[in-house]
Design a protein around this ligand. Structure first.
Ligand code: FAD
Length: 503
């Protein structure tokens, strides 16, 4: 029996995938998206689709018997993580490699389901440095504005920011940064700040004020299922298959034959099948896309894939840290999970850092200031294919995180000196003040201009494209999804105009 055929197949439903599917569908091309996670639209027994960080249940994690929150403990107590019972197809995954845990979203919308919604655009000079072959004029005049509009990016009303108790934590950290001589900036977001105001006034159900974020937001956040993916389905040409993982890719005529594995919510494989396509767009995220290409090259189904695949991976310099405030500097017991301010020390010649001021929304006063810093880290990791496990292995040594740690420490040592405060050592295992052994911003693995041409076409493989964060070489200087979206817009516009004129 021949495998069913679809003109265009898109792997994943994150940013790169969603942009690509919308533009294909709008151009009249029948497109199927394959997503290994669930469609998150059905409330559980509590009436909610997603669980909160304060009361996590099986919906929180992708096939894990325990939550794996970024903080290990609170006041050194094992109160952060919970047992979950039978492993389930939850929304947040943490892929653990030696020395590096990588967080990713699972479900229709990919990372947009679990992320903090921060939507900054990179500094143009740094963008040009990281992606020198991309026409920056076209990006900054056309594709960044398009991405921000499509994603529903908005900025907090400054008067609200100054008076609301839910951003006291942000104002305290901002004051400390200013006292140490640093600049801060307001960071745009895809969480609707008008909704936040209404939930604060008890006019709408709480989400950002109910500890919801990394295991999903039930309200307020413009995740991809509400923006690009809704529009893609609206074209009438796009369909999404969920709980289905792409496993293999091989050449078939002028197109590709793709192996699929469908599971139930408990992880049992219920069906194996194949689908063939004319064009194949990989949007499975930095790790997902890189793994698919490495497996195809190393198992010989696409033996001529470029040697550059697997190279150029980075953490966007992610480091998390926390400071212990004085008793007269409370940060507030009701905190919005959606960050809105950052310390911008990006132009520091020695220790560039862009540190978002993060909440610690535990529902009681903590006197803690938490941060996720994005630093310059020139180190790059590399993936290889492991024949025994059939997975990609990441090679990242602990010492490769040192440049990130140094830059973050330079910034926060200055703040602690100016304020007379210290680090919190109760949050990360081993009494550490800093954690650079996990990341939220995996970037690279199939770099633009190296593994692909300048528009994401995989070298020597007509009809095979990379659309996601794996194109970006390890670092952007700011949170990445606006850039991933804008780059995908740019690439698919070119591909549609040159490769996919309607047949
Ligand atoms: P993803 O969004 O990762 O989507 C890939 C999709 O493909 C997933 O749905 C996955 O399940 C699916 N998939 C993978 N492999 C397969 C396969 N073999 N078959 C089928 N499906 C597959 N970025 C920001 O800009 N701002 C933030 O505030 C921010 N906060 C974050 C907070 C957290 C907790 C996390 C985890 C990330 C955060 N990020 C943030 C990062 C951002 O979400 C990612 O950079 C972005 O989602 C990557 O987009 P992508 O298109 O590369 O792939």
């Amino acid at each position: 029996e021949a495998a069913p055929y679809v003109p265009a197949l898109v792997v994943g439903t994150g940013y790169g995938a969603a942009v690509t599917a919308l533009r294909l569908g709008a151009a009249g091309i029948r497109t199927t998206m394959i997503e290994m996670g669930q469609l998150w639209n059905t409330p559980g027994k509590d009436g909610k689709v997603f669980c909160s960080t304060l009361k996590p249940d099986r919906r929180s994690m992708w096939f894990s018997s325990r939550t794996k929150a970024p903080l290990d403990t609170f006041l050194w107590l094992d109160v952060v993580n919970r047992d979950l019972g039978r492993p389930y197809a939850g929304v947040l995954d943490r892929i653990d490699f030696p020395n590096m845990g990588v967080y990713v979203g699972r479900g229709v919308g990919g990372g947009s389901l679990v992320n903090g919604g921060m939507a900054p655009t990179p500094q143009r000079a740094y963008f040009e440095k990281m992606l020198p072959t991309v026409d920056a004029d076209a990006m900054y005049k056309r594709y960044f504005p398009l991405a921000r509009r499509m994603l529903g990016v908005n900025t907090i009303d400054p008067r609200y920011l100054e008076q609301t108790p839910v951003y006291k934590y942000a104002r305290v950290s901002r004051r400390h940064a200013h006292q140490a001589g640093f600049r801060t900036s307001v960071v745009p977001n895809v969480y609707d700040f008008n909704y936040l105001r209404r939930e604060e006034n008890k006019q709408a159900p709480r989400s950002a004020l109910a500890g919801e974020v990394i295991y999903g937001n039930n309200h307020g956040k413009q995740s991809l299922d509400k923006t690009y993916l809704a529009d893609a389905l609206g074209t009438g040409n796009v369909t999404i298959r969920t709980l289905t993982r792409v496993t293999t890719i091989r050449q078939q005529g002028k197109g590709y034959l793709v192996g699929l594995e469908q599971i139930d919510v408990w992880g049992k494989v219920v069906r194996r099948s194949e689908i063939s396509c004319g064009s194949l767009f990989l949007g499975a995220g930095s790790i997902g896309t890189t793994e698919l290409l490495l497996r195809a090259r190393e198992t010989g189904t696409l033996p001529d894939l470029p040697t550059a695949i697997g190279n150029g991976w980075g953490t966007n310099g992610n480091v998390m840290t926390a400071r212990a405030n004085h008793l007269w500097d409370p940060t507030g017991s009701l905190q919005s999970t959606i960050p809105t301010l950052a310390i911008d020390n990006w132009n520091d010649p020695k220790h560039p850092a862009f540190a978002e001021i993060a909440p610690l929304p535990v529902g009681l006063e903590t006197w803690a200031s938490l941060y996720l810093a994005i630093t310059v880290n020139p180190e790059r990791g590399r993936f290889t294919y492991n024949h025994t496990t059939d997975r990609a292995d990441l090679h990242w040594s602990a010492s490769q995180s040192t440049p990130s740690l140094r830059s973050a420490q330079a910034l926060f040592d200055k703040i602690n000196n100016a304020i007379g405060t210290t680090y919190r050592r109760d949050l990360f295992a081993g009494n550490r003040a800093f954690a650079a052994d996990f990341c939220y911003h995996p970037l690279g693995g199939a770099l633009l201009g190296k593994a692909t041409d300048n528009y994401g076409r995989v070298r020597n493989h007509p009809g095979l494209y990379v659309t996601d964060s794996s194109l970006i070489p390890g670092s952007l200087g700011v949170n990445p999804f606006v850039t991933i979206t804008a780059l995908a817009e740019r690439n698919i516009a070119h591909v549609l105009a040159t490769d996919l004129k309607r047949r």
